[in-house]
Structures are given as C-alpha cells and as structure tokens.
Design a protein around this ligand. Structure first.
Ligand code: WT7
Length: 653
C-alpha cells in the first residue's frame, strides 16, 4: 500500500468488539474462552488435537498425535481416513443429505444446486472414471478447470481413490501447465473446453494441447485428458488421449468406496512462487490438512447448517481448496461457487448474488474490496445485503480505509470482519480473529489460531518487543502445515526452516502491538503480491530474459492503489536492439504468454545498465525507489541510466 496507508496502520486505534448477539450464538463467545483454549492447544497439543480430530471420520484411529523430527512432521500417526468420505459420505443418512452442498452460478447466469447426495454420486462416478483410466493411488492428476462444480468433483474424486491432485489456476499459461506436469510427473489431465470470464471464453483445452505438444523430454506422457463440456465451443480431441467428461460419466458406476488412506498420504500438490527459481510444489497430506481446513471453518467462520457461505477465491489457489471445497464440505455447509468476474455484466454482480442466494458469510480479498470502493456505493445500494452476518478478508494486508468501507457499506456495521492471515504453505488460517470473541482492529489479523505459536523475531532470531517490526515465524508444527516441497526435501528445509533456527519462516514481516495483535506488513523476500497473487520476481525475470532481445532484467513491486503491488520491470537489451513502444508491448505479451495474465507487467522500463553491487547483486532497493517515482522518466523511449544511481548510492547493498 501507499505510504499513507502504511502510516495509518501505525496509528490505527479503532477497536470493534463483537456484538453481544453474535457472541451469544458463536462457538467461542469471549476472549477469555479463546485464551483458555489457545493455551491448551499450545501447552497440551495432544489433548487439544485428539479432541478436535475425534470430530473427523477415521477408518482407523491414529496412535500418536504428532511425530516431529524437525523439519518433518507426521500428524495423527497410524490413522487412516479419506477426505472425500469426510466431505460427503458422513453427511448421508443425516438431515444434511438433501441440503445443497454446492450452489453454483455461471457467469452467463445459469444456476445449479447439488445436494450432498447428488455430489456424492457425481464424485463416486468420476472416481470410477479415473479408475477406468488406470489412475492409481499416489499417482498425480492435473486439474485445469474453470469455476464449475466439476472442478470440485474432480478434486474429491482424486481424494476418494488416493490420487494426488494438482490444480493449476485457469489463468495460467500453457508453459505453466507444462512445468507443473513435468515437476509433478502427472499422467492425467482434467480440463474443460473453456470457461467464461468477463463475457469471453477462456480456451483451457487449447492451452492443455499446447502444453502437451511433444518435444520436451522432461514432460511425461500424459495418457488421458478428460474434457468437461462447459461452453460447447469446438475443440480438438486427440484420438485415444482425449475423452469427453459426459461420455465417460455416462458409462460410470455410481458406487465407489472411499479407500482408507494413511493420515500422511499426499492429498495435493499446489504450486506457488518463491523468491528463487521455479515455483515450488507445496505438498499437503490427508489427516492434518483436513483437520486444519475443518477446524478453521468451524471456529473462524463459525459455520452453521443454515449458512450460505461464499468464498470468492478461485479453486486454483489454496483459498479455493481449503475454503471453497474441503473446509466447508467437511463441515456440511452450503458453499457457493461463482464462475466469473465481479463486474460482469455490471459492477453489482457480487451484490446481486448475495441478495439472490441470501448469502450469510462472505470471504473475499482486499484487492477486490478496493475495486468495489472505486466502482462506487451505488452498485451496493441497489441490493439487499441484510442476510450477511460475517465477512472475511484474505490475501494481503487490508488497509484500514478498505476495512472500514467493508464494515459499513457491505456489513451494514453489524457483521464482524475476520482478517485471516495464512499461506499456501500453512494450508489453513493461522492468524485471525474469532468472530464472537476477538475485538477487531482495522488492518490487523489480530491473534493466532489454536495450535499456532506465532512470534516476531529480529535478524538474530530473538523475539522482539511490542511494536517492533521483524520476521513473522511459527515456532511449533501445526496439523495443516506443508510436509515438503514435492520431491525436494533439501529445498524444503532450506526455504522454510533454516532462516530462523527452529522456526518456520515463509517471508512475511510483521509487528505485534501491546495487546498481542499481529499487524502483517507484507513480504520481505523477493516475492510480489499482485492483486492477492504471489509472484516471484525471479519468475518474472526469467520470463523476460527468455525473450531473444533481452539481456538482463530486474523486477520490483511498486505500491498500487488497487492491486496492492504493481509489477515494474527494468530491462536491458542486447546490443543493437532499439527500445520502442512496440517492444515494450511485445515484452508484456511475452511475460503474459510465459506465466499467464496474472503476471502481466504494469510497466517496462528500459535501462542502459542495472545498478549492481560490486559482487554483482542487483540493488533492488534502489530500483524500488526508482519505480516509486524517485526518478522521473522522460518520454517512453528514453533509456534510464541506472548506473549513475548505483554510483551515487555507492554501497554494497
Ligand atoms: C501471502 C500468502 C492464504 C491464502 C491467500 C494467499 C499474504 C495472505 C494475508 C492477510 C496480510 C496476507 C502474505 C502471505 N497474506 N493473507 N490477511 N494479511 N497478508 O496465499 O498465495 O500463499 O500468499 O499472502 O504475504 O505470505 P499465498
């Protein structure tokens, strides 16, 4: 955020206590109650987790809650369970059987509802389809789908037979799919002919075709591609490899037992950006992950049978996994899924959906909230949002102005806001208010969730006092923590468990106020947070230098009103190449092509040379200042002479 917003974080004094009415009905109704349970969860984790885990369905009970050999954890050791059974079968034969599990609305306006019973049947059938394609336990399956119920069905079907899914965000490119297939060694891809986004069709199948074009020996042979027909637009079907979802389903049996899986069986791999190298395949396993997704939905969203819960995240991100699919379904909730853009056909689409479905819990991202503010209150005022009882925020620090707007304009001043801090790696919410217990402060994620031992430490790894910024670390393992970076234990240890001794560290800076509330400042490594999407500067730089005319590239973030951070690229060109506006556009397109639309650079600046230390490290801090306007550029084709700046700065770093 802008300087103004960073400062307003520091002076933010407003406190909002949960209403008596809300607290009375909530599972955790007071701060004292939260504190007692939190203490127990930290001091007697075995007791706390044994009690909570008893709410899941186990085919075989665990013998030990935690086995910890830093940095490798095993939770609920010896236990066997199935995530799909916990999300579906357990609700059958109960009054939930015929309630809506998924409410879906397509961008063009179609509506579907799937009851728990119907969803169960679809998942069983699709699990049998996977089996008929010889998908075995532990095998990896790529899911590259639009926001349709079949995406959730595919995930749950994998879980049912023990296949490990890796969902690739529908906004990623063919190259990103190819990288993920290569890294995960997946052999089956589930996709769709397309999906709707802002009135256009996104050609998902075409991207899969491009990703699977022969030639790259590191890409395994994908033997089956299953294509869901969403748009009806023509696509190429490769004989023997490509199959229509509906044709396969028509042949499939509706019975498929959920097989017992070891608590530590790999449930999914989800790729996310880091500060160096290729995206990391974050591995989550069965028992601990489900525990985390389940318990956070239960306490943070205080989910009830009568709730209509809507998380606006895409299924391709971890928020979609934990809070659109696994967490809500394990709680037997009704989870709403909307396919398209918030401003299609008009800026009030979200508010219309909330009114139409009487949504009670709404979970979205600050970048979206800032867009809503910009579009104007008139869009909100057209709709009755009185069904809402709880609001959530995730993805980046929420600036107090946006928080206040969310509170008043969307929440009508009556809904608690849970600002939830967590990461792909943490699997589930880590720092958050509990809506009936925690006094909230605009811009603060407040207090650690049960079992989370969070702290702020300095460079030497010592805990700092109130209001001193430092690194946010977690000092104890927690059930839904990542277990590994797929296939790379050394990188896992190095990335997360070596920066601060004995602690998990994944790149955020924060401070704590005197009441113990956490204020997340943002990433302190070379990772950008663009509209809530994590993108590594190294990935962007790699994409730029893969263009034949680029010699060197450095990418930094610039505070952006709407997106949180904008992507600013400094590029030096190979000899005899002229910097032109056309080239600038080409480079933007190139990055978009290599990584995907989420990574499109906002600005490309050509330079004669990049400022470097004597040891050859790019001086990012300097470039950030330049990107933020410390140096004004002339007309668009003027080259920046950054070497002068480097000389002026004259320091090693
Ligand atoms: C990074 C994780 C967790 C699901 C969405 C993103 C930032 C996330 C908050 C919050 C401040 C937040 C952090 C974190 N972040 N939520 N409530 N307040 N910052 O998952 O892509 O793994 O990104 O998002 O910087 O490290 P992700």
């Amino acid at each position: 955020m802008s300087q103004k917003n960073i400062e307003s974080h520091l002076v933010e004094k407003r406190v909002f206590k949960p209403s008596k009415d809300f607290s009375k009905k909530a599972r955790i109704g007071s701060l004292a109650e939260y504190k007692t349970l939190w203490e127990e969860s930290i001091k007697k984790p075995d007791k706390f987790w044994a009690r909570e885990a008893a709410e899941l369905v186990w085919q075989q009970k665990w013998t030990k809650v935690l086995e910890w050999k830093e940095p490798f954890a095993k939770w609920f050791v010896g236990g066997k369970l199935n995530v799909s059974e916990n999300c579906l079968d357990r609700h059958l034969g109960t009054p939930r059987q015929n309630k809506a599990a998924i409410l879906w609305e397509g961008e063009p306006g179609e509506k579907r509802a799937l009851t728990y019973q119907q969803l169960h049947r679809e998942v069983c059938k699709f699990a049998n389809v996977l089996k008929s394609h010889h998908v075995k336990k532990g095998e990896r399956v790529i899911i590259y789908m639009p926001m349709v119920p079949e995406a959730s069905i595919a995930m749950l079907a994998c879980a049912r037979i023990g296949a490990t899914h890796s969902v690739v965000f529908g906004g990623f490119s063919a190259e990103a799919i190819r990288d993920r297939i290569a890294d995960s060694q997946a052999t089956v891809v589930i996709t769709a002919d397309g999906g709707y986004r802002r009135g256009s069709v996104v050609g998902l199948k075409k991207n899969v075709d491009d990703a699977l074009k022969g030639g790259d020996p590191s890409v395994p042979r994908v033997r089956s591609v299953i294509v869901f027909q969403r748009t009806g637009q023509p696509v190429q079907m490769e004989p023997n490899r490509d199959h229509w979802w509906h044709e396969e389903m028509a042949k499939a049996d509706g019975n498929c037992p959920a097989i017992p899986l070891d608590s530590e069986h790999p449930l999914f791999i989800l790729y996310t950006s880091g500060s160096t190298g290729q995206p990391k395949g974050i591995l989550h396993t069965t028992g601990g992950y489900l525990m985390g997704a389940y318990i956070t939905c239960k306490y943070v969203f205080d989910m009830r049978d009568e709730d209509v819960y809507w998380c606006t995240a895409d299924i391709g991100w971890v928020t979609g996994h934990s809070y659109m699919v696994y967490g809500p379904l394990a709680n037997g909730a009704t989870t709403l899924m909307y396919e398209g853009a918030p401003n299609w056909p008009e800026n009030d689409r979200f508010w219309k959906i909330i009114e139409d479905y009487r949504v009670t819990i709404f979970y979205t991202a600050p970048t979206a909230i800032r867009s809503f503010i910009r579009w104007g209150d008139q869009w909100v005022k057209k709709h009755d949002l009185s069904s809402l009882r709880l609001l959530g925020s995730v993805g980046e620090p929420i600036n107090p102005e946006a928080w206040m707007w969310y509170h008043h304009t969307i929440g009508g001043g009556r809904c608690p806001i849970v600002d939830t801090w967590w990461q792909t790696e943490t699997g589930a919410i880590m720092i958050t208010p509990l809506p009936g217990a925690t006094p909230t402060r605009p811009g603060s994620a407040t207090l650690p969730f049960f079992g989370v031992d969070a702290a702020i430490v300095d460079e030497a790894g010592n805990e700092v006092g109130p209001n001193v910024s430092g690194k946010l670390v977690i000092r104890k393992p927690w059930p839904s923590m990542l277990r590994n970076i797929h296939g790379d234990r050394a990188r896992y240890r190095k990335t997360y468990w070596s920066e601060v001794k004995g602690c998990y560290f994944a790149g955020d800076g924060a401070r704590r106020d005197k009441d113990g509330n956490f204020w997340i400042v943002g990433r302190i490594d070379d990772v950008l947070n663009v509209a809530g999407h994590r993108i590594g500067t190294s990935e962007l730089e790699g994409a730029l230098v893969s263009h034949p005319v680029v010699a060197e590239a450095a990418v930094v973030g610039r505070p952006d009103e709407l997106k949180g951070q904008a992507v600013v690229c400094f590029v030096t060109l190979k000899q005899d190449v002229t910097a032109t506006d056309q080239l600038r556009d080409d480079l933007k397109k190139h990055v978009r092509h290599v990584i995907g639309p989420v990574a499109t650079p906002d600005e490309i600046r050509f330079a004669d040379a990049l400022p470097k230390t004597r040891s050859g490290k790019i001086m990012r801090r300097l470039l950030k200042q330049v990107a933020c306007g410390a140096v004004v550029t002339g007309d668009t084709t003027t080259l920046e002479d950054l070497s002068i700046l480097a000389k002026l700065a004259g320091k090693e770093d």
